[in-house]
Design a protein. Structure first.
Length: 131
């Protein structure tokens, strides 16, 4: 099954590893990489990214420049972004080991997992299979 996948992380090496692992697990998937949430949110709000491009999965880093993951998750939860975003499954990826971050993320309705970086092909395959 073709999936639309967003990887949102300011680390280019992590994005490269994720791209390789996702393509290994799901070669037909459409993958989009974003370094920050500022441009992404603007593009969604302005309709540049339409409903047909809403992702099946979002791999989201917590600590991003300018706008962090918590603001993005809050925008989805409060319907500040298109309702179609509610269908996306969000995987929070972080180097944080703070239990408060894990708890906060997993309390968000759309977050299906909180995983430590880097993700393996096995972890990605499991996420795709189970969600």
């Amino acid at each position: 099954m073709n999936k639309i996948i967003w990887v949102i992380d300011d680390d280019p090496i992590f994005r490269m590893i994720m791209s390789y692992n996702i393509k290994s697990v799901s070669p037909q998937s459409e993958m989009y990489e974003y370094e920050t949430l500022v441009e992404l949110i603007q593009n969604i709000e302005q309709g540049i990214i339409g409903v047909h491009s809403i992702p099946d999965f979002i791999f989201l880093d917590i600590n991003l420049p300018e706008i962090d993951a918590w603001v993005f998750l809050d925008k989805i939860a409060t319907n500040s972004l298109p309702l179609a975003m509610k269908s996306s499954k969000i995987v929070v990826v972080s180097s944080s080991i703070d239990p408060a971050d894990r708890l906060r993320a997993l309390n968000c309705e759309q977050v299906v997992a909180f995983l430590s970086k880097p993700l393996t092909k096995y972890q990605i395959a499991e996420l795709f299979r189970s969600n």
